[in-house]
Design a protein around this ligand. Structure first.
Ligand code: HSE
Length: 384
């Protein structure tokens, strides 16, 4: 069986180099740009791959939704295994592509779509076979972690740190996906689909961005609460359903997350049987993500079979997950869940009682209307 890679950008070229160096047969690479180093392997016509019976594994690393969806669905329908690093595609078309793969007796793998180079989804999936996952939680965006680390360790300002993340190539072309949380929301939706054997969409993930975080917030939470800050995604069983959210979070300085530096990611699963397992490494980049894409291809090449479960209907209930929050705002209207308010000039620093994630996000909309710079962060409870 031979392999093909769709897209010769950052991830596709990384996967190609990893695979060819290790001696795996990549017969074709599809790209719209010329790449002399690829010689006859390069094609600009997808039909050269679709109609080649020798090619049984197709890796998609084009990104976006339209071309990637057309190629991936055609490849699955033609009985080819598909591997993708495209979180947008996996989030948007999970149910449909999963069904198409099952109907055609082929595999759909997407380990590199959440966690980049970290074999997170692969191991999450293995755990689900014989354990009940209670929670997934962690740092799933390198850009925001790089910004926080630069602010905390080097005293940089938010905007300086963001510019540096862009210069180093960590940030998405439009960094809003990073600093407003959509990137993490997608990765949490994909992780929740595996952890809870269901199909949720990124729209179900309540998301509050990091863009309003300031050095003065860091100084305040550090002095008053002995906490530091990380930007975390959560998927957790609660009541009869699950909660899905992305928030700046106040954590203890000796926690694992607080010690994740630079643009690294770290995500944990909490299994009823296994307890906590944490996975750390590079969540993006040519070789980490390219290698993870290649690993999925090699698994299939070596005969791996799919773990097929029918997805279950799970209720997303962000009203059931409760915790305390820190808020910094100039908005005057108080909420009845404020527990403690500290005024410094025209700024209020607030600690809430335990409230639900949904209540906090609803309140944030109103706070932002009055003061567009308002910021909040959830208190991660002390571990038992
Ligand atoms: N912009 C993303 C990050 C890339 O910073 O983690 C990987 O999805």
């Amino acid at each position: 069986m031979k392999m093909a890679i769709l897209g010769y950008g950052v991830v596709g070229s990384g996967a190609y180099e990893v695979l060819t160096k290790a001696g795996y047969p990549v017969k074709r690479v599809l790209d719209i740009r010329p790449h002399a180093e690829l010689g006859d392997v390069l094609t600009m016509n997808f039909d050269d791959i679709l109609h080649d019976d020798e090619i049984g594994i197709v890796a998609e690393a084009i990104g976006g939704l339209s071309a990637s969806y057309a190629f991936v669905s055609k490849a699955l329908a033609a009985g080819k295994h598909v591997v993708t690093s495209n979180k947008h595609l996996v989030c948007h078309y999970y149910r449909e592509l999963r069904e198409l793969a099952a109907k055609n007796g082929v595999m759909l793998r997407f380990t590199s779509s959440a966690g980049g180079g970290i074999p997170w989804l692969y191991n999450l999936k293995r755990c689900v076979r014989c354990d009940r996952i209670e929670k997934v939680m962690g740092i799933l965006n390198g850009t925001t972690n790089f910004i926080l680390d630069a602010m905390i360790r080097d005293g940089r300002r938010f905007d300086e740190a963001l510019s540096e993340a862009q210069r180093l190539g960590y940030a998405e072309a439009n960094p809003s996906a990073d600093i407003d949380g959509n990137d993490v929301a997608r990765k949490i939706a994909i992780s929740a689909n595996i952890a809870f054997n269901t199909v949720v969409s990124e729209e179900m993930v309540l998301t509050f961005g990091l863009r309003n975080f300031r050095k003065s917030d860091l100084a305040y939470v550090s002095e008053k609460f002995g906490r530091t800050v990380r930007y975390l995604g959560y998927g957790a069983r609660v009541g009869e359903g699950i909660a899905l959210f992305v928030e700046p979070t106040l954590i203890l300085p000796d926690s694992l997350e607080a010690n994740v530096g630079k643009n690294n990611n770290m995500i944990s699963l909490f299994g009823e049987v296994v307890g906590r397992l944490a996975f750390y490494g590079q969540g993006a980049g040519k070789y980490p993500t390219g290698l993870s894409l290649a690993q999925d291809m090699i698994d299939i090449y070596n005969g791996a079979t799919a773990y097929l479960y029918e997805p279950e209907e799970v209720t997303v209930d962000n009203g059931a997950y409760r915790r305390k929050y820190f808020i910094r705002t100039k908005a005057q209207t108080p909420f009845d869940f404020y527990d403690h308010v500290d005024r410094v000039g025209d700024v209020s620093y607030i600690v809430t009682r335990e409230i639900s994630v949904a209540e906090m996000h609803d309140a944030a909309h109103l706070l932002l209307e009055e003061d567009a710079d308002s910021f909040f962060a959830g208190f991660e409870p002390q571990p038992d």
